[in-house]
Design a protein around this ligand. Structure first.
Ligand SMILES: Cc1cc2nc3c(=O)[nH]c(=O)nc-3n(C[C@H](O)[C@H](O)[C@H](O)COP(=O)(O)OP(=O)(O)OC[C@H]3O[C@@H](n4cnc5c(N)ncnc54)[C@H](O)[C@@H]3O)c2cc1C
Length: 394
């Protein structure tokens, strides 16, 4: 909504009304969507139009009166296999030569000319009737291949407006970074809870280093959550009327969680011990000749029954040493853009110059504090189109 409005204002296109019609249909049918932004990308140091294989980025092959034909690869698209609608957006800033790559559209999840190659993450246990709640649900990601796929005009929301590639890419990335400030603290909560439970099952819950490490989960989760709240409170109303979260708070919240994710898993490993990867299989605990011995072996804290103890260590395995662990770790680093991407965003958006001028004033180099320096930063299309900006500095 934000970008279609801005493109219409700048270029006289008619995307906003088209998108609103689509959005009404989406709401009326209570649909569920996913975002296909990340392209195959091929040679990372080359722009889309410089790639040896043009399909490394989704692009327009042909423009027709009734729509467009597109080809190319998207990858790592979570939820595509069970989404009603797939939204396709550019993944990066574009130059004039990349015009064909400036394309955004939405298609139903089973659209002709589009193939999903899907990889589910949770590989065992979920089909067992008495599996633990944590194992009941998994997630899947897809490579999406568009092969000369027709997209009807009413579903096309960008077609060649390369100047808005960065804007649209960042609208998704920044809102995703904002949502990470909510969902990632939830992951920290799970890790914190499992670590506390494992400490209790080990009988070490009162030991000082355990208390200190648990507080690190609290610090990460609550700081990221606070950044998310601040991003919402200090958001901006765009020309489309849609509010958008403050990008500085969204980026610092997301970067914090991305940088800490492996540390958080490491804390669970340190406190739970090695049993997460050496626990005998559940079937062994049911095997009559071994059952009595294993039930004695598994109890470390007499306040836990053998059955409870086994469930604790099974949970430690599932949370800390399963295919889902690797997914959460790598999603924690890369989902919504890796920490380096937030660093780049801060390099563009954060006002370092005012702070430097403050230091110059405090150091006696300047007589006056210049709090509004001319900041030379790359222009972002959409800048200046905001209708309201809450002045958080005041
Ligand atoms: C679990 C998971 C779920 C995801 N879900 C989705 C989803 O639903 N939708 C979606 O669109 N995307 C999704 N993603 C993709 C995610 O946004 C990307 O993984 C992320 O943006 C990093 O891109 P990449 O994986 O291609 O890594 P790369 O871009 O290959 O990055 C690898 C390294 O190369 C560096 N690099 C890359 N290009 C350059 C360059 N030009 N110059 C210098 N250094 C460079 C990066 O900084 C990084 O250090 C998901 C990813 C994961 C892991």
């Amino acid at each position: 909504m934000i970008c279609t409005k801005e493109m219409d204002m700048a270029k006289g296109t008619d995307y906003y009304g088209r998108f609103m019609d689509y959005m009404k249909m989406y709401h009326e049918n209570d649909l569920d969507g996913c975002c296909a932004q990340t392209d195959g990308k091929g040679d990372r140091l080359k722009r889309p139009s410089q790639q040896a294989d043009p399909d490394q980025y989704v692009h327009i092959v042909e423009e027709r009166d009734d729509g467009i034909i597109v080809s190319g690869f998207k990858m790592s698209i979570t939820q595509a296999a069970y989404a009603d609608e797939i939204f396709v957006l550019p993944t990066r800033a574009l130059m004039e030569d990349d015009r064909d790559y400036a394309v955004a559209f939405a298609v139903p999840g089973d659209w002709e000319g589009m193939t999903l190659i899907t990889r589910p993450v949770w590989l065992r246990e979920k089909d067992e009737p008495d599996c633990a709640p944590f194992c009941k649900y998994g997630v899947s990601d897809s490579v999406i291949v568009f092969d000369n796929c027709f997209i009807p005009k009413e579903r096309v929301f960008m077609c060649g407006e390369w100047e808005f590639g960065r804007r649209l890419a960042l609208l998704f990335a920044d809102s995703h970074r904002h949502s990470y400030s909510g969902c990632k603290p939830g992951v920290s909560d799970i890790l914190c809870g499992v670590t506390a439970l494992a400490a209790e099952a080990n009988g070490i819950q009162k030991v000082s280093h355990v208390r200190e490490k648990l507080s690190e989960y609290a610090g990460a989760a609550e700081l990221a959550f606070a950044a998310g709240v601040a991003a919402a409170v200090f958001g901006e109303k765009t020309s489309s009327g849609v509010f958008f979260p403050n990008t500085i708070y969204s980026n610092v919240g997301r970067r914090l969680t991305g940088e800490l994710i492996y540390h958080e898993y490491n804390t669970l490993t340190e406190i739970a011990g090695g049993i997460g990867v050496t626990l005998p299989f559940s079937e062994d605990f049911e095997y009559a000749p071994l059952k009595e011995q294993l039930e004695r072996f598994i109890v470390r804290n007499p306040n836990f029954t053998p059955e409870e103890s086994l469930k604790v260590w099974k949970l430690v395995e599932n949370v800390g040493a399963s295919p889902m662990t690797a997914w959460y770790e790598i999603a924690g680093v890369h989902g919504g853009g890796s920490p380096i991407m937030e660093t780049i965003a801060l390099g563009i958006e954060y006002d370092y110059d005012t702070r430097k001028n403050l230091a110059r004033y405090l150091g006696g180099i300047d007589k006056e504090f210049d709090d509004s320096p001319d900041i030379e930063r790359e222009p972002t299309f959409g800048d200046g189109l905001m209708t309201e900006r809450q002045d958080f500095k005041e």
